[in-house]
Design a binder for this molecule. Structure first.
Ligand SMILES: [Cu+2]
Length: 382
């Protein structure tokens, strides 16, 4: 080889080595998120510290990231999930014949209300209160002492199977599903937008660990894709919990940059739109469901996997952080209509519009479900 061509061959390599590394955009986004989070936490702590009644420093529920819980705390959350799944529910079998437990009552609320509480004016308030009700049931009916944990998608955005919540150990919420080859893609039918198709990913079968087939069952659905379960997915369809983790969906939509993009939304309307739509991918809401595959692709019965509550708590956390940048200006604001994706078209919501919950709670006016430390709520995300 001639010396000149040898040097020419090295040039691209040299330019790689010599290029000064630019700032890592994900690190910069994480820093931004942390700043937003600190400002929010300071606001909440300062506010509840001054209060003598209502939501105070004493009774506030401190929600933590799953990996920040001690192993005994994680196991006590699991025990409460088992307890709720073993308790009789309040859903009339004449209405939803497949519901079998208190755990299923919350799945039923979501099934019945899916066409009215997504991509619309009720979305954030409905899910905020559903989590609160679920957490309250774990505490008051199953002796759970802690708060609802959350799953910060950005910690392992490159590969969620690395998150301790999915490691399949006795202190996890189960593993990825066992790999099942040669599966068909799943096409989901959402109320509102066009159908979306998801190719099979890295799992597809039953999870192992604490939510494995011998310890936990999914009773309802599928409803949002075919083949549906018996009675259109409302019938009794006991089966193992499955998952199908997709690193690609996570990498596309759950990077720190996606979260900082959402937190930078300048209006409530923008924040709502950005939850479900982001440049280059899905919004963080959809992506968090979709990347888990199978059960989480069924919009209706998605609370059948306890991960639903960890995902939605993190979404609620991002909402609370966004509100905490300007609590006065960002509570008491409304946007959107009463139907999912406004299909069929419906009236705009107002602060007086009752938010529906089905059997798990009476309807509650939207104005009472606005702030994470007023009305029924008393929560801080640590
Ligand atoms: Cu939902």
């Amino acid at each position: 080889m001639k010396v000149s061509s040898f040097i020419a061959g090295l040039l691209p390599l040299a330019s790689l080595v010599l290029a000064t590394p630019g700032p890592d955009p994900e690190k910069a986004a994480t820093k931004k998120i942390n700043e937003f989070e600190k400002r929010y936490q300071k606001y909440i702590e300062d506010t509840v510290k001054k209060r003598k009644t209502g939501c105070t420093k004493k009774n506030i529920r401190r929600r933590k990231e799953w990996s920040k819980l001690t192993k005994p705390e994680r196991k006590s959350y699991l025990s409460a999930i088992y307890c709720l799944s073993a308790k009789p529910g309040i859903t009339p079998q004449s209405v939803i014949p497949g519901a079998r437990s208190r755990f299923d009552d919350f799945v039923v609320s979501h099934i019945q209300l899916t066409p009215f509480v997504h991509a619309n004016g009720f979305f954030l308030a409905y899910h905020r209160y559903l989590i609160w009700l679920f957490e309250t049931a774990l505490r008051e009916e199953c002796g759970y002492k802690g708060a609802q944990p959350y799953w910060d998608w950005t910690l392992h955005w490159q590969d969620q199977s690395q998150h301790p919540v999915f490691d399949g150990s006795p202190s996890s919420l189960g593993s990825n599903g066992q790999y099942v080859p040669d599966r068909d893609p799943i096409t989901i039918y959402l109320p509102g937008p066009r159908p979306v198709t998801f190719p099979p990913a890295t799992g597809g079968g039953c999870v192992s660990g604490p939510l494995g087939p011998e310890k936990f069952k999914v009773n309802l659905g599928p409803i949002g894709y075919s083949p549906q379960g018996p009675d259109g997915g409302y019938g009794y369809n006991p089966r193992c919990l499955t998952r199908d983790l997709s690193p690609r969906l996570s990498q596309d939509s759950l990077r720190p940059r996606n979260v900082s993009f959402l937190l930078e939304s300048e209006s409530y309307a923008r924040f709502n739109v950005n939850l479900d739509r982001a440049p280059g991918g899905n919004g963080v809401h959809g992506a968090g469901h979709f990347l888990m595959g199978t059960v989480q692709l069924d919009t209706y019965a998605s609370p059948s996997d306890p991960m639903f509550y960890l995902h939605h708590s993190n979404l609620d956390r991002v909402f609370a952080i966004w509100q905490g940048q300007d609590q006065e200006g960002r509570t008491g604001v409304v946007w959107g209509t009463r139907t999912s994706g406004n299909v069929p078209p419906s009236a705009n919501v107002t602060l007086d519009t009752p938010v529906p919950f089905g059997f798990v709670s009476p309807d509650i006016p939207l104005r009472e479900l606005q702030s994470s430390i007023d009305g029924p709520f008393c929560v801080i995300y640590e």
